[in-house]
Design a protein around this ligand. Structure first.
Ligand SMILES: O=P(O)(O)OC[C@H]1O[C@H](O[C@H]2O[C@H](CO)[C@@H](O)[C@H](O)[C@H]2O)[C@H](O)[C@@H](O)[C@@H]1O
Ligand SMILES: O=c1ccn([C@@H]2O[C@H](COP(=O)(O)OP(=O)(O)O)[C@@H](O)[C@H]2O)c(=O)[nH]1
Length: 473
Protein backbone atom coordinates (compact mmCIF):
# COMPACT_ATOMS: atom_id res chain seq x y z
CA UNK A 1 0.00 0.00 0.00
CA UNK A 2 1.36 3.42 -0.98
CA UNK A 3 2.20 5.79 1.87
CA UNK A 4 -0.26 8.60 2.58
CA UNK A 5 1.27 12.07 2.99
CA UNK A 6 -1.08 14.71 4.31
CA UNK A 7 -0.29 18.41 4.08
CA UNK A 8 -2.29 20.98 6.03
CA UNK A 9 -1.62 24.28 7.70
CA UNK A 10 -3.12 23.20 11.02
CA UNK A 11 -1.72 19.97 12.46
CA UNK A 12 -3.26 18.32 15.52
CA UNK A 13 0.03 17.33 17.12
CA UNK A 14 -0.11 14.37 19.52
CA UNK A 15 1.46 16.54 22.25
CA UNK A 16 -1.56 18.82 22.35
CA UNK A 17 -3.98 17.77 25.06
CA UNK A 18 -6.34 20.72 24.64
CA UNK A 19 -9.21 20.49 22.16
CA UNK A 20 -8.45 22.19 18.88
CA UNK A 21 -11.47 23.91 17.50
CA UNK A 22 -11.62 23.29 13.76
CA UNK A 23 -13.06 20.48 11.71
CA UNK A 24 -10.11 19.97 9.42
CA UNK A 25 -7.60 19.03 12.12
CA UNK A 26 -10.18 16.89 13.94
CA UNK A 27 -11.07 15.03 10.73
CA UNK A 28 -7.49 14.46 9.58
CA UNK A 29 -6.44 13.13 12.96
CA UNK A 30 -9.19 10.48 12.63
CA UNK A 31 -8.14 9.69 9.06
CA UNK A 32 -4.41 9.33 9.73
CA UNK A 33 -4.66 7.43 12.99
CA UNK A 34 -6.30 4.55 11.08
CA UNK A 35 -3.93 4.25 8.16
CA UNK A 36 -0.70 5.83 9.37
CA UNK A 37 1.54 8.00 7.19
CA UNK A 38 3.24 11.39 7.18
CA UNK A 39 1.54 14.60 8.34
CA UNK A 40 3.33 17.71 7.11
CA UNK A 41 2.33 21.21 8.20
CA UNK A 42 3.06 24.40 10.06
CA UNK A 43 4.51 23.93 13.56
CA UNK A 44 2.51 26.85 14.96
CA UNK A 45 5.82 28.67 15.56
CA UNK A 46 7.56 31.55 13.79
CA UNK A 47 11.21 32.61 13.75
CA UNK A 48 13.30 35.01 11.68
CA UNK A 49 15.32 33.03 9.09
CA UNK A 50 13.63 29.69 9.84
CA UNK A 51 15.45 26.50 8.87
CA UNK A 52 14.53 25.01 5.48
CA UNK A 53 13.97 21.57 7.02
CA UNK A 54 11.02 20.63 9.26
CA UNK A 55 11.23 19.06 12.73
CA UNK A 56 10.42 15.38 12.27
CA UNK A 57 9.12 13.03 14.98
CA UNK A 58 6.98 9.93 15.20
CA UNK A 59 3.96 9.11 17.32
CA UNK A 60 2.23 5.75 16.88
CA UNK A 61 1.69 5.11 13.18
CA UNK A 62 2.08 8.76 12.18
CA UNK A 63 5.27 10.66 11.37
CA UNK A 64 4.95 14.40 11.90
CA UNK A 65 7.06 16.94 9.98
CA UNK A 66 6.46 20.47 11.22
CA UNK A 67 7.89 23.59 9.67
CA UNK A 68 8.60 26.94 11.33
CA UNK A 69 7.81 30.04 9.28
CA UNK A 70 9.23 33.53 9.07
CA UNK A 71 6.87 35.81 11.08
CA UNK A 72 6.12 38.22 8.23
CA UNK A 73 5.58 35.38 5.72
CA UNK A 74 3.31 33.59 8.19
CA UNK A 75 1.24 36.75 8.70
CA UNK A 76 0.93 37.42 4.98
CA UNK A 77 0.04 33.77 4.33
CA UNK A 78 -2.41 33.03 7.15
CA UNK A 79 -3.97 36.28 8.40
CA UNK A 80 -3.33 38.07 5.08
CA UNK A 81 -4.13 36.12 1.95
CA UNK A 82 -5.69 32.90 3.35
CA UNK A 83 -7.97 34.44 5.97
CA UNK A 84 -8.17 38.07 4.84
CA UNK A 85 -8.77 37.34 1.14
CA UNK A 86 -9.73 33.72 0.40
CA UNK A 87 -11.86 33.02 3.49
CA UNK A 88 -14.26 35.99 3.02
CA UNK A 89 -14.33 35.38 -0.75
CA UNK A 90 -15.32 31.72 -0.41
CA UNK A 91 -17.89 32.57 2.26
CA UNK A 92 -19.55 35.22 0.05
CA UNK A 93 -18.46 38.16 2.24
CA UNK A 94 -17.03 40.50 -0.38
CA UNK A 95 -17.43 43.48 1.96
CA UNK A 96 -14.82 41.91 4.26
CA UNK A 97 -12.35 40.98 1.52
CA UNK A 98 -8.97 42.70 1.42
CA UNK A 99 -6.44 42.05 -1.31
CA UNK A 100 -2.85 43.21 -0.92
CA UNK A 101 -0.10 42.28 -3.32
CA UNK A 102 2.34 41.81 -0.42
CA UNK A 103 -0.01 39.17 1.09
CA UNK A 104 -0.35 37.38 -2.24
CA UNK A 105 3.45 37.30 -2.59
CA UNK A 106 3.85 36.06 1.02
CA UNK A 107 1.24 33.35 0.35
CA UNK A 108 3.19 32.13 -2.65
CA UNK A 109 6.53 32.30 -0.76
CA UNK A 110 5.13 30.07 1.99
CA UNK A 111 3.93 27.57 -0.62
CA UNK A 112 7.39 27.56 -2.24
CA UNK A 113 8.99 27.06 1.18
CA UNK A 114 6.60 24.17 1.94
CA UNK A 115 7.38 22.52 -1.40
CA UNK A 116 11.17 22.77 -0.89
CA UNK A 117 10.89 21.34 2.64
CA UNK A 118 8.51 18.54 1.65
CA UNK A 119 10.27 17.31 -1.49
CA UNK A 120 13.22 15.57 0.26
CA UNK A 121 10.73 13.60 2.41
CA UNK A 122 8.74 12.26 -0.56
CA UNK A 123 9.02 8.86 -2.26
CA UNK A 124 7.89 8.53 -5.89
CA UNK A 125 4.89 6.31 -5.12
CA UNK A 126 3.58 8.38 -2.18
CA UNK A 127 0.02 9.65 -2.33
CA UNK A 128 0.19 13.33 -1.42
CA UNK A 129 -3.09 14.81 -0.18
CA UNK A 130 -3.04 18.59 0.30
CA UNK A 131 -5.74 20.25 2.40
CA UNK A 132 -7.37 23.60 2.04
CA UNK A 133 -7.06 27.08 0.69
CA UNK A 134 -3.74 27.77 2.42
CA UNK A 135 -2.02 25.52 -0.12
CA UNK A 136 -3.69 25.85 -3.49
CA UNK A 137 -0.31 26.52 -5.26
CA UNK A 138 1.55 23.63 -3.59
CA UNK A 139 1.22 21.05 -6.40
CA UNK A 140 2.57 23.50 -8.97
CA UNK A 141 5.57 24.21 -6.73
CA UNK A 142 6.22 20.48 -6.19
CA UNK A 143 5.93 19.83 -9.94
CA UNK A 144 8.45 22.64 -10.63
CA UNK A 145 10.88 20.81 -8.33
CA UNK A 146 10.34 17.59 -10.27
CA UNK A 147 7.82 15.57 -8.21
CA UNK A 148 5.76 13.43 -10.61
CA UNK A 149 3.70 11.36 -8.14
CA UNK A 150 0.02 11.63 -7.33
CA UNK A 151 -1.16 14.84 -5.68
CA UNK A 152 -4.74 15.53 -4.62
CA UNK A 153 -6.30 18.64 -3.13
CA UNK A 154 -9.36 18.95 -0.90
CA UNK A 155 -11.04 22.32 -0.43
CA UNK A 156 -12.82 22.30 2.96
CA UNK A 157 -14.68 25.58 2.47
CA UNK A 158 -17.33 26.56 -0.10
CA UNK A 159 -16.40 27.31 -3.71
CA UNK A 160 -18.23 30.53 -4.64
CA UNK A 161 -20.23 31.04 -7.82
CA UNK A 162 -18.31 32.62 -10.75
CA UNK A 163 -19.75 36.13 -10.22
CA UNK A 164 -18.34 36.14 -6.68
CA UNK A 165 -15.11 34.31 -7.51
CA UNK A 166 -14.28 36.83 -10.25
CA UNK A 167 -13.91 39.53 -7.57
CA UNK A 168 -10.56 37.98 -6.69
CA UNK A 169 -7.77 39.75 -8.61
CA UNK A 170 -5.73 36.49 -8.67
CA UNK A 171 -8.69 34.29 -9.75
CA UNK A 172 -7.13 32.79 -12.90
CA UNK A 173 -3.73 32.17 -11.29
CA UNK A 174 -5.28 30.15 -8.45
CA UNK A 175 -7.31 27.90 -10.72
CA UNK A 176 -4.22 27.44 -12.89
CA UNK A 177 -2.51 26.31 -9.65
CA UNK A 178 -5.29 23.77 -9.07
CA UNK A 179 -4.76 22.28 -12.52
CA UNK A 180 -1.41 20.85 -11.33
CA UNK A 181 -3.24 18.48 -8.99
CA UNK A 182 -4.54 15.14 -10.28
CA UNK A 183 -7.75 15.30 -8.26
CA UNK A 184 -9.54 18.30 -6.75
CA UNK A 185 -12.18 17.50 -4.13
CA UNK A 186 -14.91 19.87 -2.96
CA UNK A 187 -17.55 19.41 -0.27
CA UNK A 188 -20.77 19.51 -2.31
CA UNK A 189 -22.17 19.22 -5.84
CA UNK A 190 -23.00 22.94 -5.68
CA UNK A 191 -19.33 23.73 -5.11
CA UNK A 192 -18.36 21.48 -8.04
CA UNK A 193 -20.88 23.17 -10.32
CA UNK A 194 -19.55 26.60 -9.33
CA UNK A 195 -15.91 25.72 -10.07
CA UNK A 196 -16.66 23.91 -13.34
CA UNK A 197 -18.86 26.77 -14.57
CA UNK A 198 -16.02 29.22 -13.89
CA UNK A 199 -13.51 26.99 -15.71
CA UNK A 200 -15.66 26.52 -18.78
CA UNK A 201 -17.12 30.02 -19.02
CA UNK A 202 -14.23 32.24 -17.92
CA UNK A 203 -10.90 30.57 -18.70
CA UNK A 204 -11.64 28.35 -21.71
CA UNK A 205 -11.28 25.02 -19.92
CA UNK A 206 -12.83 21.79 -21.18
CA UNK A 207 -15.15 19.69 -19.02
CA UNK A 208 -15.67 16.01 -19.88
CA UNK A 209 -18.32 13.74 -18.33
CA UNK A 210 -17.35 12.66 -14.81
CA UNK A 211 -15.73 15.99 -13.99
CA UNK A 212 -12.50 15.57 -15.94
CA UNK A 213 -11.15 19.01 -16.78
CA UNK A 214 -8.75 20.11 -19.47
CA UNK A 215 -6.97 23.40 -18.93
CA UNK A 216 -4.13 24.39 -21.27
CA UNK A 217 -1.99 21.22 -21.53
CA UNK A 218 -3.14 19.69 -18.25
CA UNK A 219 -5.97 17.46 -17.14
CA UNK A 220 -7.37 16.81 -13.69
CA UNK A 221 -10.59 15.71 -12.11
CA UNK A 222 -13.02 17.70 -9.95
CA UNK A 223 -15.63 15.93 -7.79
CA UNK A 224 -17.62 16.24 -4.56
CA UNK A 225 -16.48 14.35 -1.44
CA UNK A 226 -18.68 15.45 1.47
CA UNK A 227 -16.64 15.00 4.64
CA UNK A 228 -18.00 12.88 7.50
CA UNK A 229 -17.20 12.22 11.18
CA UNK A 230 -16.09 9.25 13.25
CA UNK A 231 -19.71 8.40 14.05
CA UNK A 232 -18.89 5.32 16.16
CA UNK A 233 -16.56 7.30 18.42
CA UNK A 234 -19.17 10.01 18.94
CA UNK A 235 -21.90 7.49 19.72
CA UNK A 236 -19.59 5.80 22.19
CA UNK A 237 -18.45 9.06 23.86
CA UNK A 238 -22.03 10.24 24.16
CA UNK A 239 -23.19 6.95 25.71
CA UNK A 240 -20.25 6.89 28.10
CA UNK A 241 -21.06 10.41 29.31
CA UNK A 242 -24.34 9.24 30.85
CA UNK A 243 -24.09 9.28 34.65
CA UNK A 244 -20.54 10.69 34.62
CA UNK A 245 -19.44 13.71 36.64
CA UNK A 246 -19.71 16.25 33.80
CA UNK A 247 -23.21 15.15 32.86
CA UNK A 248 -24.27 15.27 36.50
CA UNK A 249 -22.90 18.82 36.93
CA UNK A 250 -24.60 19.94 33.73
CA UNK A 251 -27.93 18.46 34.82
CA UNK A 252 -27.70 20.01 38.26
CA UNK A 253 -26.94 23.42 36.79
CA UNK A 254 -29.95 23.21 34.46
CA UNK A 255 -32.37 22.31 37.25
CA UNK A 256 -34.70 20.41 34.88
CA UNK A 257 -34.67 23.05 32.12
CA UNK A 258 -34.46 22.23 28.42
CA UNK A 259 -31.10 22.90 26.75
CA UNK A 260 -30.37 24.23 23.25
CA UNK A 261 -26.76 24.14 22.09
CA UNK A 262 -24.51 25.82 19.55
CA UNK A 263 -20.80 25.00 19.02
CA UNK A 264 -18.91 27.19 16.56
CA UNK A 265 -15.50 28.78 16.26
CA UNK A 266 -15.94 32.50 16.82
CA UNK A 267 -16.07 33.23 13.08
CA UNK A 268 -18.24 35.61 11.07
CA UNK A 269 -19.17 32.78 8.69
CA UNK A 270 -20.94 30.96 11.52
CA UNK A 271 -23.83 33.43 11.79
CA UNK A 272 -23.51 33.88 15.55
CA UNK A 273 -25.08 37.37 15.81
CA UNK A 274 -28.13 36.09 13.90
CA UNK A 275 -28.31 33.03 16.15
CA UNK A 276 -28.24 35.19 19.29
CA UNK A 277 -30.88 37.49 17.80
CA UNK A 278 -33.06 34.47 16.93
CA UNK A 279 -32.81 33.16 20.49
CA UNK A 280 -33.83 36.60 21.78
CA UNK A 281 -36.72 36.60 19.31
CA UNK A 282 -37.79 33.15 20.53
CA UNK A 283 -38.04 34.43 24.11
CA UNK A 284 -39.85 37.57 22.96
CA UNK A 285 -42.39 35.94 20.60
CA UNK A 286 -42.87 32.63 22.43
CA UNK A 287 -42.88 33.72 26.10
CA UNK A 288 -43.91 30.21 27.20
CA UNK A 289 -40.21 29.22 26.81
CA UNK A 290 -38.98 31.87 29.28
CA UNK A 291 -37.36 30.34 32.34
CA UNK A 292 -37.77 26.90 30.70
CA UNK A 293 -35.04 26.93 28.02
CA UNK A 294 -31.35 27.64 28.37
CA UNK A 295 -29.14 28.17 25.36
CA UNK A 296 -25.46 27.27 25.59
CA UNK A 297 -23.15 28.70 22.94
CA UNK A 298 -19.61 27.31 22.91
CA UNK A 299 -17.53 29.70 20.77
CA UNK A 300 -13.76 29.23 21.09
CA UNK A 301 -11.74 32.22 19.93
CA UNK A 302 -10.36 31.91 16.43
CA UNK A 303 -7.98 33.94 14.23
CA UNK A 304 -7.90 36.75 16.79
CA UNK A 305 -5.12 38.47 14.83
CA UNK A 306 -7.61 39.32 12.05
CA UNK A 307 -9.48 42.55 12.90
CA UNK A 308 -12.92 41.32 11.73
CA UNK A 309 -12.73 38.53 14.34
CA UNK A 310 -11.96 41.04 17.11
CA UNK A 311 -14.96 43.14 16.05
CA UNK A 312 -17.21 40.06 16.04
CA UNK A 313 -16.14 39.19 19.57
CA UNK A 314 -17.14 42.64 20.81
CA UNK A 315 -20.46 42.45 18.93
CA UNK A 316 -21.34 39.08 20.50
CA UNK A 317 -20.45 40.22 24.00
CA UNK A 318 -22.85 43.13 23.55
CA UNK A 319 -25.64 41.03 22.02
CA UNK A 320 -25.31 38.24 24.59
CA UNK A 321 -25.32 40.75 27.45
CA UNK A 322 -28.42 42.42 26.01
CA UNK A 323 -30.36 39.13 25.83
CA UNK A 324 -29.46 38.19 29.39
CA UNK A 325 -30.19 41.74 30.58
CA UNK A 326 -33.64 41.67 28.98
CA UNK A 327 -34.81 38.19 29.97
CA UNK A 328 -32.80 36.80 32.91
CA UNK A 329 -34.52 36.00 36.20
CA UNK A 330 -32.77 35.82 39.56
CA UNK A 331 -32.69 32.01 39.16
CA UNK A 332 -32.29 31.70 35.33
CA UNK A 333 -29.72 33.02 32.86
CA UNK A 334 -31.05 32.39 29.32
CA UNK A 335 -27.74 32.42 27.42
CA UNK A 336 -24.53 30.72 28.53
CA UNK A 337 -21.75 32.01 26.32
CA UNK A 338 -18.34 30.33 26.58
CA UNK A 339 -15.21 31.35 24.66
CA UNK A 340 -13.16 28.29 25.63
CA UNK A 341 -12.78 25.04 23.69
CA UNK A 342 -13.90 21.65 25.04
CA UNK A 343 -12.68 18.10 24.45
CA UNK A 344 -14.78 15.80 22.28
CA UNK A 345 -16.10 13.77 25.23
CA UNK A 346 -17.45 16.91 26.93
CA UNK A 347 -19.03 18.15 23.71
CA UNK A 348 -20.66 14.74 23.23
CA UNK A 349 -22.21 14.99 26.72
CA UNK A 350 -23.49 18.52 26.04
CA UNK A 351 -24.92 17.55 22.63
CA UNK A 352 -26.73 14.55 24.12
CA UNK A 353 -28.31 16.62 26.88
CA UNK A 354 -29.55 19.23 24.35
CA UNK A 355 -33.07 19.00 22.96
CA UNK A 356 -32.10 21.35 20.13
CA UNK A 357 -28.84 21.73 18.17
CA UNK A 358 -28.67 25.17 16.55
CA UNK A 359 -26.26 25.27 13.59
CA UNK A 360 -26.94 28.40 11.57
CA UNK A 361 -23.88 29.51 9.55
CA UNK A 362 -24.30 32.12 6.82
CA UNK A 363 -22.06 29.80 4.70
CA UNK A 364 -20.11 26.72 5.69
CA UNK A 365 -18.10 24.18 3.71
CA UNK A 366 -19.64 21.27 5.63
CA UNK A 367 -20.04 21.84 9.41
CA UNK A 368 -19.01 18.77 11.34
CA UNK A 369 -20.74 19.99 14.50
CA UNK A 370 -24.11 19.32 12.79
CA UNK A 371 -23.12 15.68 12.22
CA UNK A 372 -21.64 15.30 15.70
CA UNK A 373 -24.86 16.59 17.27
CA UNK A 374 -26.84 13.92 15.39
CA UNK A 375 -24.42 11.12 16.34
CA UNK A 376 -24.53 12.01 20.05
CA UNK A 377 -28.33 11.75 20.43
CA UNK A 378 -30.19 9.12 22.43
CA UNK A 379 -32.18 7.16 19.77
CA UNK A 380 -35.07 6.75 22.20
CA UNK A 381 -35.36 10.47 22.92
CA UNK A 382 -33.39 12.38 20.27
CA UNK A 383 -33.04 16.13 19.93
CA UNK A 384 -33.79 18.15 16.80
CA UNK A 385 -31.22 19.79 14.55
CA UNK A 386 -32.01 23.33 13.35
CA UNK A 387 -29.67 23.72 10.38
CA UNK A 388 -28.81 26.52 7.96
CA UNK A 389 -29.59 25.72 4.35
CA UNK A 390 -26.19 27.30 3.54
CA UNK A 391 -24.12 24.69 5.41
CA UNK A 392 -22.73 21.91 3.20
CA UNK A 393 -24.25 19.47 5.71
CA UNK A 394 -27.76 20.58 4.65
CA UNK A 395 -27.37 18.53 1.44
CA UNK A 396 -27.19 15.35 3.51
CA UNK A 397 -29.05 15.99 6.78
CA UNK A 398 -32.56 16.07 5.33
CA UNK A 399 -34.17 15.26 8.69
CA UNK A 400 -33.19 18.67 10.06
CA UNK A 401 -35.35 21.76 10.29
CA UNK A 402 -33.71 23.76 7.52
CA UNK A 403 -33.61 27.53 8.04
CA UNK A 404 -32.46 30.65 6.26
CA UNK A 405 -29.91 32.25 8.64
CA UNK A 406 -30.82 35.73 7.38
CA UNK A 407 -34.41 35.22 8.59
CA UNK A 408 -34.30 35.86 12.36
CA UNK A 409 -38.04 35.32 12.92
CA UNK A 410 -37.94 32.15 10.79
CA UNK A 411 -35.11 30.79 12.94
CA UNK A 412 -37.00 31.64 16.15
CA UNK A 413 -40.07 29.81 14.79
CA UNK A 414 -37.90 26.78 13.92
CA UNK A 415 -36.46 26.73 17.45
CA UNK A 416 -39.99 26.82 18.85
CA UNK A 417 -41.01 23.97 16.54
CA UNK A 418 -37.97 21.94 17.65
CA UNK A 419 -38.72 22.57 21.33
CA UNK A 420 -42.33 21.43 20.97
CA UNK A 421 -41.88 18.59 18.44
CA UNK A 422 -43.59 15.29 19.36
CA UNK A 423 -41.33 12.34 20.14
CA UNK A 424 -42.35 10.30 17.09
CA UNK A 425 -41.41 13.08 14.64
CA UNK A 426 -38.14 13.67 16.48
CA UNK A 427 -37.29 9.97 16.14
CA UNK A 428 -38.13 9.88 12.43
CA UNK A 429 -36.12 12.98 11.65
CA UNK A 430 -33.16 11.77 13.71
CA UNK A 431 -33.18 8.36 11.96
CA UNK A 432 -33.03 10.06 8.55
CA UNK A 433 -30.03 12.11 9.65
CA UNK A 434 -28.29 9.29 11.48
CA UNK A 435 -28.49 6.96 8.46
CA UNK A 436 -26.41 9.49 6.59
CA UNK A 437 -23.94 10.16 9.42
CA UNK A 438 -23.36 6.41 9.90
CA UNK A 439 -22.91 5.73 6.18
CA UNK A 440 -20.71 8.62 5.13
CA UNK A 441 -18.09 8.47 7.88
CA UNK A 442 -14.67 10.09 7.98
CA UNK A 443 -13.15 6.70 7.11
CA UNK A 444 -15.41 6.34 4.08
CA UNK A 445 -14.54 9.91 2.97
CA UNK A 446 -10.84 9.29 3.32
CA UNK A 447 -10.91 5.92 1.55
CA UNK A 448 -13.00 7.22 -1.33
CA UNK A 449 -10.72 10.20 -1.97
CA UNK A 450 -7.55 8.10 -1.82
CA UNK A 451 -8.99 5.36 -4.07
CA UNK A 452 -10.06 7.90 -6.65
CA UNK A 453 -6.75 9.75 -6.47
CA UNK A 454 -5.01 6.45 -7.16
CA UNK A 455 -7.31 5.65 -10.10
CA UNK A 456 -7.42 9.10 -11.63
CA UNK A 457 -3.75 8.98 -12.55
CA UNK A 458 -4.09 5.42 -13.93
CA UNK A 459 -6.78 6.78 -16.19
CA UNK A 460 -4.67 9.76 -17.32
CA UNK A 461 -1.37 7.95 -17.65
CA UNK A 462 1.77 9.20 -15.93
CA UNK A 463 1.60 12.58 -14.25
CA UNK A 464 2.70 15.33 -16.62
CA UNK A 465 0.96 13.61 -19.55
CA UNK A 466 -0.58 16.27 -21.79
CA UNK A 467 -3.69 16.56 -23.88
CA UNK A 468 -1.77 16.45 -27.13
CA UNK A 469 -4.49 16.74 -29.76
CA UNK A 470 -6.98 14.63 -27.85
CA UNK A 471 -9.62 16.73 -26.15
CA UNK A 472 -12.54 15.24 -24.23
CA UNK A 473 -15.84 15.21 -26.11
O1 LIG B 1 -7.09 26.51 11.39
P1 LIG B 1 -7.98 27.64 11.80
O2 LIG B 1 -7.69 28.91 11.04
O3 LIG B 1 -8.01 27.82 13.29
O4 LIG B 1 -9.49 27.27 11.41
C1 LIG B 1 -10.07 26.00 11.67
C2 LIG B 1 -10.46 25.30 10.37
O5 LIG B 1 -11.59 25.96 9.83
C3 LIG B 1 -12.04 25.55 8.55
O6 LIG B 1 -12.74 24.29 8.61
C4 LIG B 1 -13.43 23.77 7.49
O7 LIG B 1 -13.28 22.38 7.44
C5 LIG B 1 -14.28 21.57 8.05
C6 LIG B 1 -13.95 20.10 7.77
O8 LIG B 1 -13.99 19.82 6.39
C7 LIG B 1 -15.66 21.93 7.51
O9 LIG B 1 -16.67 21.13 8.13
C8 LIG B 1 -15.93 23.40 7.78
O10 LIG B 1 -17.17 23.76 7.17
C9 LIG B 1 -14.82 24.28 7.22
O11 LIG B 1 -15.02 25.60 7.70
C10 LIG B 1 -10.90 25.55 7.58
O12 LIG B 1 -11.32 25.12 6.31
C11 LIG B 1 -9.71 24.77 8.07
O13 LIG B 1 -8.62 24.88 7.15
C12 LIG B 1 -9.29 25.32 9.41
O14 LIG B 1 -8.22 24.55 9.93
O1 LIG C 1 -14.72 23.49 21.86
C1 LIG C 1 -14.66 22.90 20.78
C2 LIG C 1 -15.34 23.40 19.64
C3 LIG C 1 -15.25 22.68 18.47
N1 LIG C 1 -14.53 21.53 18.43
C4 LIG C 1 -14.50 20.74 17.19
O2 LIG C 1 -14.17 21.55 16.08
C5 LIG C 1 -14.80 21.04 14.93
C6 LIG C 1 -15.49 22.17 14.18
O3 LIG C 1 -15.68 21.75 12.87
P1 LIG C 1 -16.75 22.37 11.90
O4 LIG C 1 -16.67 21.61 10.64
O5 LIG C 1 -18.09 22.40 12.53
O6 LIG C 1 -16.32 23.89 11.67
P2 LIG C 1 -14.89 24.61 11.43
O7 LIG C 1 -14.52 25.16 12.76
O8 LIG C 1 -13.94 23.60 10.93
O9 LIG C 1 -15.17 25.70 10.45
C7 LIG C 1 -15.77 19.96 15.36
O10 LIG C 1 -15.21 18.68 15.11
C8 LIG C 1 -15.91 20.20 16.85
O11 LIG C 1 -16.17 19.06 17.62
C9 LIG C 1 -13.86 21.05 19.53
O12 LIG C 1 -13.21 20.00 19.47
N2 LIG C 1 -13.95 21.75 20.69
Amino acid sequence: MARLVIVSNRVASPKERAAKAGGLAVALREALSQRGGLWFGWSGETEVNPPEAPKVFRSGRVTYALLNLDPEDQRAHYAGYANGTLWPLCHYRLGLLTFRRADWEGYRRVNEHFARALLPLLKPDDIVWVHDYHFMPLAKELRKLGFEGRIGYFHHIPWPTPEVYLSLPSHAALVDDLSHYDLVGLQTENDVRALLTYISSEIHGWIAPGGTVGLKDRRFRVAAYPIGIDAEAFVSDAKKSVGKDEERRLNESLAGRTLAVGVDRLDYSKGLPGKFAAFGELLRSFPEHRSKVTMMQVAPLSRSEVSEYQALRRELEELGGAINGEFAEFDWVPLRYLNRPFQRATLAAIYRRSRVGVVTPLRDGMNLVAKEYVAAQDPEDPGVLVLSRFAGAADELKGSLLVNPYDIEGMAAAMDRALTMPLEERQQRWRTNMDNVETNTIHHWCQRFIDELTNVTDQFGPAGDTWGNARPQ
